[in-house]
Write a protein that binds this ligand. Structure first.
Ligand code: B12
Ligand code: SF4
Ligand code: SF4
Length: 318
């Protein structure tokens, strides 16, 4: 494939991704990750992943996309922003427990999957047959690393990927293909001397810049940890009952970020304020109805109700 046709293909796929509603699309060469493999190994060895044993599995594939997709030449990363005015108004006025902003609308896995499928089909038709796969948290892939390499942002000290346009209010998906798209240039780090996210974390989960001890992270304690949140952290939950946005809310890049445009990720009004009797008193029936199609349904009802009770007791005073 000559240089001209490679760049034409790259442009066509990028334009199609934007047309489908992704906010940005970038390309990286598919190759083994060395530095990141070392960091991931170290993170796992120190047991910072806690009970997420699935992070230990498929280590080789996680650090080498050519093992996940034999013959892979490129990783095509896509992002979709979810900053929304309704969320911000509700954060100011809602004194009850909160759900992380990414989870207040339709489950992003569903939103991404539909669009990625279309992008993959488009690429298949355009190239006359592509060998590859598309993912959104559905396989051992280091989403942030690939998006960073594809020029979509830098990894901040809170370990999230952020860029100048969307801050860190976006989610990531990707396709791994055997098409040699033209790679983008990675973005440099713009955290500078800022430490706002580290200072604001109520559980000291960002125990050093760029490294999160998941076992202390409210997001892990309310979503991934199947058991009840340990007593030690209950007072520090700061009113979060599913996920946590503190280290993103304080980030200066997030205050000037663009709003997301895709209706799929808009918040649902009924999830912005607590029901009359409070979140901890909802019945299983109400829970199933209210959270139908959202990422919150990934938590069992009993986990959710337990989180809500702890969150109600740990609400910050305004
Ligand atoms: C496991 C996981 C978690 C765990 C662990 C978090 C973590 N930091 O790893 C828990 C449950 C805590 C979690 C929480 C959240 N998550 Co999460 N999570 C993941 C998952 C599945 C894997 C991440 C991973 O590989 N971790 C392994 C560790 C080793 O990697 P890492 O912490 O990113 O560390 C890297 C760098 O920080 C760097 N690094 C380490 N040390 C150093 C030192 C220096 C000097 C430098 C420069 C770099 C550096 O090296 C590492 C490898 O590159 C991804 C999806 C995916 N498949 O990638 C989503 C993902 C990262 N999560 C996401 C989100 C939205 C969140 C939350 C914001 C949700 C919420 N509001 O509650 C929080 C944020 C918490 C936080 N501050 O990280 C998004 C992030 C989007 C973005 N803009 O970055 C992802 C990409 C999902 C998606 N598909 O969009 N998550
Ligand atoms: S998500 Fe919350 S608990 Fe986790 S690192 Fe960020 S501020 Fe700390
Ligand atoms: S709060 Fe500061 S240090 Fe943390 S991610 Fe944002 S810019 Fe980087």
């Amino acid at each position: 494939m000559n240089v001209q046709s490679r760049s034409d293909l790259t442009l066509s796929v990028r334009n199609k991704a934007l047309e489908l509603g992704f906010d940005a699309c970038g390309f990286a060469r598919a190759e083994p990750l060395d530095r990141e493999a070392f960091r991931l190994e170290n993170w796992l060895q120190q047991n910072l992943h806690g009970s997420m044993s699935w992070m230990e599995r498929n280590f080789d594939k996680r650090v080498d996309p050519t093992l996940l997709v034999p013959g892979a030449k490129s990783v095509v990363s896509v992002i979709m922003g979810y900053r929304n005015e309704l969320n911000e108004q509700s954060d100011l006025s809602n004194n009850g427990p909160k759900i992380a902003k990414y989870a207040r609308g339709r489950d992003y896995h569903k939103v991404f999957k539909r669009k990625l499928k279309k992008l993959f089909q488009f690429t298949d038709e355009l190239t006359g047959g592509v060998n590859g796969r598309f993912f959104v948290d559905s396989a051992p892939v280091m989403d942030k690393v690939w998006a960073q390499r594809a020029g979509l942002g830098w990894i901040g000290k809170n370990s999230n990927l952020l860029n100048k346009k969307f801050g860190s209010w976006f989610l990531i998906g990707e396709m791994i293909t055997d098409i040699p798209f033209v790679p983008d240039l990675p973005v440099t780090d713009h955290c500078g001397s800022c430490t706002l996210c580290i200072d604001a974390c109520p559980t000291n989960a960002i125990h050093e810049p760029y490294r999160v001890d998941a076992r202390r992270c409210i997001s892990y304690l309310t979503i991934e940890l199947k058991e009840r949140c340990p007593e030690l952290f209950q007072e520090q939950m700061s009113g979060w009952m599913f996920g946590c946005d503190i280290c993103q809310d304080v980030c200066p890049w997030n205050r000037k970020a663009d709003y997301g445009t895709d209706p799929g990720l808009m918040p649902r009004q009924e999830l912005l304020t607590p029901p009359d009797d409070g979140w901890s008193r909802i019945t299983e029936e109400q829970y199933l109805k209210l959270f139908e199609g959202t990422a919150v349904k990934r938590a069992s009802f009993s986990k959710f109700a337990g989180n809500a009770l702890i969150a109600e007791k740990s609400l910050p005073t305004k």
